[in-house]
Design a protein. Structure first.
Length: 105
């Protein structure tokens, strides 16, 4: 019985470690925030439809890259760094597009 409980506990710990290696809560939180920024820019007229479409496409690429990183069951530090770099670039691009001279109105 003890052996069974130890094996069960070990399996549970292994499962939680596996989950932790594929979890990307920071990436997800930034994706949500950047989507909100794009929506707000469209609503306020700071972004044109074309600008918003290009920004959305970039966000889509980040989502695809995140899915690829998770596909093998482990998100490596290199993959996390790549996702972070992509999100940094996207964030800067959102800022630039929202503050340029073009507007929807």
């Amino acid at each position: 019985m003890k052996r069974f409980l130890i094996l069960l506990l070990a399996a549970g710990l292994f499962g939680s470690v596996t989950f932790a290696q594929t979890a990307t809560p920071k990436v997800t939180k930034r994706q949500v925030h950047q989507q909100q920024r794009i929506k707000q820019g469209v609503k306020s007229g700071e972004l044109t439809k074309g600008e918003a479409a290009r920004l959305e496409a970039r966000e889509g690429k980040i989502a695809v890259d995140k899915a690829k990183a998770k596909s093998d069951g482990v998100v490596t530090p290199g993959e996390r760094a790549k996702l972070n770099r992509e999100q940094n670039r996207a964030s800067k691009n959102i800022y630039r597009k929202k503050h340029n001279a073009k507007d929807r109105n």
